[in-house]
Design a protein around this ligand. Structure first.
Ligand SMILES: CC(C)(COP(=O)(O)OP(=O)(O)OC[C@H]1O[C@@H](n2cnc3c(N)ncnc32)[C@H](O)[C@@H]1OP(=O)(O)O)[C@@H](O)C(=O)NCCC(=O)NCCS
Length: 311
């Protein structure tokens, strides 16, 4: 067999500023009770830049892998909120961290992190790279209309990522699925220099459907069923979306990682934040199968079944 990939390091970063639901009360026609019941979010973090959060998360992941920055031969940064239109934020992040080889940004909205992991695995599988830093970072607070109660309460800032290393003996990436349906563009978008606009209910309905279908395809390709999944790491948009998707996939909620109550929807940051949180709570053991599943504007969706082998 050719090269496979393992996750050997992981890290995350969030800004210091905590914004509670109570802080929206009075300013917007909403309440802590409404936000908690309809979304599961209690508080979120706002602040930092996409590059500053990426650098912190990337340094932590490289340290956890026991590597030095120069060992990394490719950096992929999933983001929808680059610091500047040009250059790609990954250029700045690569420079500040000190990685070798190439670097590029990838934009597949909130599904972008799983897209980026699959691209990283593919580069390793093709024999092009040996050690890939896959980061996901977004500062959605910069493109959120703080006067719109339908979106201001949801979106937030955060980052996370993993180091993928080439292996010759085993491949921890067992199956994956990537998809897109651009006909859904009108239900979630941001024009250049403008705020995110969303038809929440439409996004909600499609999100559950695409997550379930995509996760089923990835599990089928991996040759496993939901009974084999030790941990589900879903995109953190709304607790009701996660509950509905897990229910349809027959994955009990005890086997899902949920951090949206503390961090809200951080787009590309959300899946690695949920992964790192699960690892820190000792919820992952070597050999465990992890199901990643995300969806986002586009609509995009992506799922992957990855064996956790630790480091
Ligand atoms: C946005 C979302 C929380 C709204 O919850 P919902 O149960 O679908 O509520 P609806 O959109 O049907 O709105 C119900 C009512 O609540 C109102 N409402 C919306 N936001 C509110 C808020 N923050 N506080 C109080 N009321 C609110 C709506 O205006 C609507 O009022 P109306 O009945 O008078 O028109 C939910 O649709 C959602 O999470 N969608 C997916 C969003 C998502 O995941 N986006 C990111 C994708 S990566």
């Amino acid at each position: 067999m050719g090269f496979g990939a393992r996750i050997t390091g992981w890290g995350s970063a969030v800004p210091d500023t905590v914004v509670t639901n109570a802080e929206f009360e009075g300013r917007l026609a909403t309440s802590d009770e409404w936000i908690t019941e309809r979304t599961g979010i209690k508080e979120r973090r706002w602040g930092g830049t996409t590059s500053s959060l990426s650098i912190e998360a990337g340094n932590a992941a490289i340290k956890r892998a026991g590597l030095s920055a120069a060992d990394i031969d490719l950096l992929i940064l999933s983001t929808t909120t680059p610091d500047q239109a040009v250059p790609a934020t990954s250029a700045v992040v690569s420079h500040k961290i000190g990685t070798s080889g190439g670097a590029f940004d990838l934009n597949a909205a909130c599904a972008g992190y799983v897209y980026a992991m699959v691209v990283g695995r593919a580069m390793i599988g093709a024999g092009v790279n040996k050690k890939v830093l896959v980061l996901g970072a977004d500062t959605l607070s910069r493109i959120t209309d703080m006067d719109d109660r339908g979106t201001a309460i949801l979106f937030a800032d955060g980052a996370g990522g993993v180091v993928l290393e080439a292996t010759e003996d085993q491949d921890d990436f067992l199956g994956w699925d990537l998809g897109v349906d651009g006909s859904a563009q009108p239900i979630l978008y941001a024009d250049h220099g403008s705020y995110l606009r969303m038809e929440g209910r439409e996004v909600y309905k499609k999100a559950v459907r695409v997550m379930v279908e995509s996760a089923e395809i990835a599990m089928h390709r991996a040759g496993v069923t939901s009974d084999d999944i030790a941990l589900c790491v879903p995109h953190q948009a709304n607790i009701r979306i996660i509950e509905a998707a897990c229910n349809r996939l027959s994955i009990p909620m005890e086997r899902a990682s949920v951090v949206l109550d503390r961090f809200g929807n951080t787009s590309s940051g959300s899946i690695p934040l949920a992964l790192v949180d699960a690892e820190e709570r000792n919820r992952l053991n070597p050999g465990d199968l992890v199901l990643f599943s995300g969806f986002g504007a586009g609509m995009t969706w992506a799922s992957a079944v990855v064996r956790w082998s630790g480091n």
